[in-house]
Every structure is written in C-alpha cells, then in structure tokens.
Write a protein that binds this ligand. Sequence first.
Ligand SMILES: [Ca+2]
Length: 363
Amino acid sequence: MKTIQFLTVVLAVITFASCDDNNGTEATQDLSDLQVSIAVIDETTGQVASTHTALNAASYEIDFGDGAVVNTGANYVEHSYQSSGVYTIVVKAFDNEERFLRYEDDVVIDFGDVSNLHEGYTTPLSYEGMELIFAQEFDNPTLDASIWTHETGTGCPNLCGWGNNEWQHYRSQNTLVDNGLATITAKNESFEGANYTSSRMITKGKFAFKYGRVDIRAKLPRGQGLWPALWMLGSNIDQVGWPACGEVDIMEMVGNRESTTYGTAHWDNNGNYASHSNSYDYTEDLDQEFHVYSIVWTEQSIKWYFDDLVYNTLDITSASLSEFREPMFLIMNVAVGGNWPGYPNPSTEFPTSMEVDYVRVFQ
Ligand SMILES: [Ca+2]
C-alpha cells in the first residue's frame, strides 16, 4: 500500500564560486544527490523512519504531514502517527546558504481498523419485502470509479466555500479504501491556498434512486469545526438548482457536538426555501464506534433512523414537496469549517477521519 512518488527535485540554481588559481580558493561544494528512504517500522503503532543523506548538506527538514516538522543534522529520524491515514512526507536537505533539495513520499498508516469494525451497531443484508439494489462494502482496495466521483477543489469560482464558507480543499488523495472501509481524512495542510484538505465523493450521473431504505454504517471524526455528512441531492440539480432539486441529509454531525446526529430535508416551497430537521443525542460520542445512519423513503414520507431508532419524520405528500418524489444521488464528505459548525480552533486535532463500512440501498 505504500506509494512512493518522486515529485520534485531541486530548486535552487547552484552557483560556483570563482576559482583563483593563485591562492587555491576552492569552489563551493554543491548540494546534491539527496537520497531518502521512508520506512514503516511498526504498522500497529504508526511508527515510521526517514533515512536521508545528501552530499554537502548542512541540515535536514522532515515534514511528516501531520503537523510534525523536524529540523536536524542527523541522517535518521523516527516519528509516530496518531491515527490511520495517508500522509505526505516532505524531506528537504539544506546547505549553509539555505538552498535545498526536496523529496516527497506518501505513506499509508493503517492501525488495523478491522478490529473496530466489530464494535458498534450493524444492520442486516436483507429486509423482508425489500431487495438490495446497491451495495458499496469497500472490500476492494480502490474506490469504485463506476459509482463514485471525487468532487475536488474549494468550490471556486462558482461556489466558493461550497456555499457554506467552508475552508477545505477537497482532494481524492484524502480518501483511502482499505480493510473494508472508505476513510475520508481531514488534514491540516496547506494546499493551493487552503489550510485544510479533505474529500467529497458523489454518485451523480452514476447511481441515483427514488424511494427505498438507505443504511450507511460509519464512524465519525471529531473536533471543533469538523462537519462530516452522508447525504443526497436531487439528480436534476443542474436543471433546477438548489433547493428546488431537494436535499436529504441522512447524517450530519457538527463538531463539537459529537454525540448528536442531525437528519434534515431542504426543498423549495413555492419559491421559498424550506427545511425540516430533527436530531438524536446518543449516550456517547459518535467517533467512538460504528453506528448505522438510515432513512426509509416512501411515496408518503421520509423517516430518519439512528441504529434503527426513528427520530425524525417528514410527510412528503404535499404538492410543494415534489422534490422528494424524484431520483436522488448520494454524497459523502467531511467539511472543515462552515457557517453551521463554525471553524477549527487550537483544540481541534488533525488529521481526523470518517470511516464508512458500507452504503446499502434496499427497495
Ligand atoms: Ca465494509
């Protein structure tokens, strides 16, 4: 699973001191030949080591991609990650004039979350009178591109901050599919002007449905300013816009209210925005173990469930709720910051992840 990329090397033009034949002044020694080896020492503790050398290097800077940056003259540095994820390690070798060579390497840290899979609530693979029409179990090591599309960037220029003044830059690199889980990791890292990265994936144009039961088993991230969501939008969004396309939020959590899940619908009520929402407070935080976030959507109503307990119902028979009698597609994302959750503060620990065990639709 370890992917290695040699992205960039060099940057500074090395200049030569002029040689004076008479007094024997030596030429400046060039910084060159940066060799880096990143090794995962212990997968179960997240311990990695960088071994790095360069000719004529005075010091090294190792940025482990989780906020830890080490400046050292040593050729060997160890580091321990605190949570599973894909981290970008950047090693720079500096000479005495602050010129540097650069090396970049992605490392996958996996604490073996498989054991956690057994902790928490589960739902069955079949329901009487219903058929499983869609199942994403994340058992293959890559995201199924025939189902999911990564939406990337900051939403700019059309919808900067994704309509909610969010701070993250979405990248496909922040999603890892491994051990039967799709893991979306929010990171505190600079990327193209943003200070946070995360992922958002949609089934738009690839899978949509009308009516049925949706079960999504997930373990949520935590922290002030985090905003994980499992939700749906009407497939006609490009034709009619939002909120006329309709939106059904199967699960939303706003850090730092980690024990609460919100189920919400948004629609257009004869030209006016309308919404209906309710929440469920669990006895412990939702990042502690897996729970199943569900809706049961019929011609008459949408009901929201947390671990099979119904906590919200919307009657959709009124003509003004016609949005919810049209096909919708699925979305999974972790936003960082926004009008509703507020923004990260020094107490917010990064990286933090939403782990999704399965997404199933029954009709
Ligand atoms: Ca799974």
